[in-house]
Structure formats: C-alpha cells, structure tokens
Design a protein around this ligand. Sequence first.
Ligand SMILES: [Zn+2]
Ligand SMILES: [Zn+2]
Ligand SMILES: [Zn+2]
Length: 333
Amino acid sequence: MKIPKVVRSIISSRLIKTYMAYCKDQDYDTFSRSTLYNILNVCIASQKKNLHGLDNTTADGMKAMDTLTDIIKKLQLFGLEEEKVEKLKNIFASANQHLKFEIKGHLATSSTCLDHCTTFSLSDSKSTQFRSTCAHEHSEGCTKCSIIDKSLLELSNTFQTMNSIPAEIVDEIDHDLSRAQEQIMTWKAHCVRTVHQDQAKQTVLGNLKPHQALIVMDWAMKFLPVRHREAQSDFFGKKGVSWHVSSVVTLDIEAEPEFKTNFNVHTLVHILELGNQGWFSVAHIITDLLQKLPLILPLVTEIFSKERQRWMLPLCAIDFLHPKYQCKWRLAS
Ligand SMILES: [Zn+2]
Ligand SMILES: [Zn+2]
Ligand SMILES: [Zn+2]
C-alpha cells in the first residue's frame, strides 16, 4: 500500500474518529480502533523527520499541552475525583507557564543545579567529541524545572490506576499521552539547546578577530512562519523551492574605534529547485560558500559556524573543501 505524502495537522484520536464516521457513512467495515492507532504510530515517524525544525518543536509542544488538557477532561468524564482533576490542571498550568516563559531564564552554560547546567544536559554519554566535563558538582535541583517531569509522571500514574475507562478509550488516551509526553520532552530539550547555542554565539561574537567570520545558516522556510507562530506543517511552501540562507558575520574594521564592536553581515542565499533539505544539499551549499567567500571577504581565514541542524558535518569533511580556511566548526548543540 502506498501512503500518500500528506501533512497531518490534527491529533490522532480526532483523525480516527473522523475516519470511522466516514466509514460508517460509506457503509463499509473498518479496522478496529487499536489497529488504526498502530497504523498511525507507524506513519508518525516519517512525518516527524520531515518537519523537524525550530518552530515545529515549540508549536508541537504547545499542541501537546492542549492534548494533555483534553486527557485530563476525559479522566474527569470517567470518574476522576474533582480534587485530583484540579491538582492535575494546576500542575500542568505551571509546567506550561514554565516552558513558555521561564525555563530559558533558569538555564546557564555552567551551573551547579542539575536542571540548569546546559553543558551537563547536552553532553553525549556515547561520544567524547560531543561532551564536556563540568568543573563543578551538580548538587542542587530546581523545583520549578522538575515540575515538567513531575506533571507528566503524575498524569500517567493517575491514568494507570483508573479502571473505569472503556478499553477503546484506554487505547486512545494511551496513544495520545505517550505522544504528548515525547513532544514535551523534545520541547524542553529544545529550550536547552537554544540557550546553549545563543551563549556560544555570544562568546564567538565577543571575541571575533578581523580574520574571523561567524556563519549562521538555516533554511529560510523555517524563518517565515515564526512571525505568526505557525507550525511548519501548516506552511505549504515546503514542497516547492528551498531557500538556504547563510549570514556571514565579520568585524567592521573600518568602524571608528569607539564602535569597534560593529559587525558587517553578508547574506548569501542558495536556492534549490530540486533536492531536499538534507545534509547532502547542505554539504554542497557549504562547498560553494567556501569557494565564494575569498572573493567577497579576502581577509577571512577562519570560520565559526552555528549550524542549526542537529547533525554536524565531520571536521575532516570541511577541511578539504577549501584549503585556505582553517575551519573551526564550533559545536553548539
Ligand atoms: Zn530543533
Ligand atoms: Zn555543570
Ligand atoms: Zn529551574
């Protein structure tokens, strides 16, 4: 069976409800509810991969919060006591508030708080190249930051102890709950990465020398929807032409001494009519960029990159692209 490439924007339970209603209308039999959930579970992976991006992560996280509120309402419908409902509602309201507005202010590149130290959170236990060690102990925890994990745990525990829910609804809640949990953890991780990357960028910019440049790259598609806070999944330009934008930041050496921190920004746009937004395209774009740069900025011999994608090009791959550049690809995520 060929699965059409469509962008799904409604939650699974609604999708299944609609589909079952349609089947009833058309007067034919369909799979059981749990089989339909299994089908959706299989399809989800490919959907997520295509649409990963900054705005999606946040928008998905916010949607997941709505899903969790719906779940609490369902539990109430099936007999959860008023007192517990209120408690769950409150704890999720705080978790939501925290993720939306506060968590970024808590995080720091170096902190003795386990929840706040981004160096600790982002260190990869499997690879020494993606890891650094803190010079301090992580002896503290933060009650506000741990409310996120706590709220999710509390809800799934409550759900598990309830036996008054019909089997088909259990399937539905189970599916929605684990998906929402995943999205919220992804949202939290995204906040950590954003803070860490911004800090790395500030450090690079603060110490930039005249022969150095910082390159910030991303697909333009990801910038556009930010303004009206739409998920990328609602944005239909995706399938068409891809714009890749590279901003090259250098020191403005002609600036007056008192403006010594002035920067010049050169923006290079690569337009791809075909090809996807994967690493292969990016490798080509970087090759082209490094060939064009000496013509535009002859002074620059060292580059820092803030790559927005989560994967990083291996150092060696960059090194032979252009012998002139002694590349310093700063690891930011
Ligand atoms: Zn991301
Ligand atoms: Zn630390
Ligand atoms: Zn905190």
